[in-house]
Each structure stands twice: as structure tokens, then as C-alpha cells.
Ligand binder design. Structure first.
Ligand SMILES: [Zn+2]
Length: 293
């Protein structure tokens, strides 16, 4: 915790003028001296740590390392072994880091695109599964073509395809397909980062043009036919000499390589959609802020 020279507000009576410094305490878990304060009106005592989002945490030391590990393909159970702590501690920290990452990423993108909105973007869907192949998910990802920053991700449930469609219907009933509303939600959230006259690129998909048009009526939407995948890229990187959608395909390949639950042929699959979204939030913040490359 950085010591802060700003006047503190009393958490009980919300006034600033009669708050005085009141010594320190030593926080053992990360060996830091924390300033205490006292309110002269209601005599409430508080400290710099009272306002910290990491309040009540006992193992702050490895929050940052854990963020990098979770964005580098390490599972929560493996992280518990590496940090010699209980898996539940990691689970709690995962929730905390996801929440923080979402807030920080939003702030970061807002400050970056406040004056210069992104003029070239690419988007695509990444197909993954919810525990079984009979329950596929589609993760829509929008990236800034120049910097490769991820402008947003959103997960939709889609119906099983191919020969699995019949089996899925029999076993789990009709699966809700909310791909279109989820894409609208995503484009709406990214509107403030993208220039109204931007060039938006994607592959050919029957409902993409309509979605782009709704949110960016002045933008140019270019769609490219999909190429054959190269094996090394696990489906995202294409065998073409020049892939016009290289940027988004590369980002999606990176997501697959670095988020353990998106690995292909894995046993640690996503069990709950919201947990996958949290993991995506952690990755996007770590990537956008330059902590990982
Ligand atoms: Zn007070």
C-alpha cells in the first residue's frame, strides 16, 4: 500500500477536516508499515488499508505473480502447489483478481482511447466447450489491429453442430443460442473505444454485417473468406501465405495457449461460463497493460 498524502475521509461520518494521523501498524503478511488515522469527531479509527480492495487478505505477496500465472496457462490447482497454499485460497484470489482486472482494464482502455479512438479493428469467434463437446460456447473477441489490444470479449452459448447436434438434443434438450444478443452486448460495450468511421474486419458469417451496421453505421465492414488452419496454430493460425485476419487469429491462438481452460484436448474444461469470463478478464488486463506479451 502506497502512503497517501491526500486528506482521508472518515468512513463513519464522511468528513475530511478533522481527521488526524494516529501512528502506524506493521502488517506482517507483506512487511509493510501502514498509516493509521483517527476521526476527531466520532473518534473512529481507520488506516490506509481500510480502503484497499485487498482488505483482509493474508497472502498479498503473491497476488501479482498469480495474475501472471493465471494468464500463462497455469491451472488454479497447479498455482496452489507452486505457492504452497490451499486451493481455496487460489480460488478466492481468482475471484479477486478477476474483479480487479475487469475494473483496471476498463480504466486502461478508457484512458487509452479517450482522445484517439481505434480506427482499425478485427473480430472473430473462438469456439470452446462447456464441460462437454455437446455444449459448445462461442467467445467473441474484438481487437485493435494496430496494437493487438483486446477491446472486449463475450461468451455465448451455441447449439452443438455436426453429428453431435442430435446427441446433444437427446441428452441435454434444446440448447439456447444467445450468440446474436451477446454480440450486440459486446459491440455496445466497445463502442466508446472504436471510431465511428473505423475499418472493421472479420471473416464471413451471415449475421456479422447486420451487427456491425447496428453499432457502427458509418464504419466500413470488410469480410474475408476463412483459410485452412495450420496445425501449430490449433485452428486459429491459417496456412495462407498472407492471412488478412492474422491479428485476431493470433490473439485467439494466444488465448488458447495461455488460458488453460481453452486448451484443446484438455481435461480442465470450463464448468461454468462466468468463470471462463473471469479468466478472460484476467488475461485481457494482463495483456493490454503489457504485463505479458
Ligand atoms: Zn468520523
Amino acid at each position: 500500500m502506497r502512503s497517501n498524502c491526500r486528506k482521508k475521509t472518515c468512513p463513519k461520518c464522511q468528513q475530511k477536516t478533522l481527521v488526524v494521523k494516529d501512528g502506524f501498524f506493521f502488517r506482517r503478511c507483506d512487511s509493510r508499515k501502514i498509516q493509521r488515522y483517527r476521526c476527531k469527531i466520532c473518534s473512529k479509527k481507520f488506516s490506509n488499508a481500510t480502503f484497499s480492495p485487498a482488505k483482509n487478505q493474508k497472502k498479498r505477496r503473491f497476488n501479482h505473480t498469480l495474475l501472471l500465472q493465471l494468464a500463462s496457462g497455469i491451472s488454479q490447482n497447479r498455482a496452489a502447489i507452486l505457492h504452497k497454499c490451499h486451493p481455496i485460497t487460489i480460488k478466492r484470489k481468482f475471484e479477486y483478481l478477476a474483479k480487479r482486472s475487469r475494473i483496471k482494464n476498463k480504466k486502461l482502455l478508457e484512458s487509452l482511447y479517450q482522445d484517439h479512438r481505434c480506427t482499425e479493428v478485427q473480430f472473430d469467434d473462438l469456439i470452446t466447450i462447456e464441460h462437454t463437446k455437446l455444449k459448445p460456447l462461442s467467445v467473441t473477441v474484438i481487437v485493435d489491429k494496430k496494437t493487438r489490444r483486446v477491446l472486449g470479449t463475450n461468451i455465448a452459448t451455441i447449439g452443438a453442430f455436426g453429428h453431435l447436434a442430435k446427441i446433444s438434443l437427446k441428452k441435454y434438450g434444446k440448447r439456447i443460442n444467445n450468440h446474436i444478443p451477446k454480440m450486440h452486448e459486446l459491440f455496445k460495450s466497445a463502442e466508446s473505444y472504436i471510431h465511428p468511421l473505423a475499418i472493421i474486419e472479420s471473416d464471413e458469417h451471415k449475421f456479422y454485417p447486420q451487427i456491425v451496421k447496428t453499432h457502427f453505421p458509418g464504419a466500413t465492414h470488410i469480410s474475408f473468406p476463412g483459410g485452412k488452419s495450420s496445425i501449430a496454430g490449433q485452428g486459429e493460425l491459417k496456412k495462407l501465405k498472407f492471412d488478412p485476419l492474422f491479428c485476431i487469429n493470433h490473439t485467439n491462438a494466444m488465448l488458447r495457449a495461455n488460458i488453460n481452460r481453452l486448451f484443446r484436448r484438455t481435461w480442465n474444461t470450463t464448468k461454468r461460463i462466468e468463470q471462463l469470463q473471469k479468466h478472460l478478464d484476467i488475461y485481457c488486463y494482463a495483456f493490454n497493460s503489457g504485463l505479458i506479451r
